[in-house]
Ligand binder design. Structure first.
Ligand SMILES: [Zn+2]
Length: 221
């Protein structure tokens, strides 16, 4: 990899708990490329109170999904920014549907910057259950801990406010399994789409983050 000479254009796909956030952060800090997630883009547009932001806000406030067209338009706007075009990007959480994938293809074709690789981060369900069940949250202030990697000073209690810690309801094994099932169901089409396009690379994400990072780099080359 030359010194910033290569522009990466990637998509990361992976269920919650697979380490997608960790890998995106590593790529962002080491390669200087942008991580674009629809959640983050919504937040920015809403903060800036752009027309698109206000539109998205209305749906979010009503607990509804932001429609495809709005999401795609926001993503297109960000992808057109000179900085992003120059340094490259990782898309995280987008596209979620074939429609979005097709729209993305058009946008990138217009910009003459086709996708390079779609990385599917994969790990077996039991491993994710094991990882997430170590996460603890403060019942009062919401501070997060991890019984293995970030334990509280006093077992079972928050360092900040001394309230009891609990495994978040989101992180209960049966909730995790259901979430993974839904994730696979929702992303199967998109994964298949990129597989057929010859862009998909599957990376075993059960190893330590540095190893996974190297494996992703290898899969891109
Ligand atoms: Zn607390």
């Amino acid at each position: 990899m030359g010194l910033g000479s290569s522009t990466m254009r990637l998509i990361f796909i992976g269920p919650p708990g697979v380490g997608k956030g960790t890998q995106s952060a590593l790529f962002a800090s080491r390669m200087g490329i942008f991580t674009l997630s629809s959640g983050e883009i919504f937040r920015k547009e809403i903060e800036a109170q752009t027309d698109l932001g206000r539109l998205a806000q209305r749906y979010i406030q009503h607990g509804e999904l932001v429609p495809n067209g709005v999401t795609i338009e926001m993503m297109a706007k960000r992808l057109r920014e000179p900085e992003v075009r120059k340094k490259g990007f990782i898309l995280d959480g987008f596209p979620r549907t074939i429609k979005q994938a097709e729209a993305l293809e058009e946008i990138l074709a217009d910009l003459e910057m086709p996708l390079e690789t779609v990385v599917s981060l994969e790990v077996n369900d039991q491993l994710i259950v094991d990882r997430l069940k170590d996460r603890l949250g403060c019942t009062k202030c919401g501070e997060n801990y991890n019984s293995k990697s970030k334990p509280p000073t006093r077992d079972g209690f928050c360092d900040k406010c001394n309230s009891p810690l609990m495994v978040r309801s989101d992180d209960q094994p049966e909730t995790i399994r259901e979430r993974l099932r839904i994730f696979r169901e929702n992303t199967a089409d998109v994964v298949d789409y990129y597989d057929k396009a010859g862009l998909l690379k599957r990376v075993d994400s059960s190893r330590d983050p540095e190893q996974v990072y190297q494996d992703i780099l290898t899969s891109i080359k």
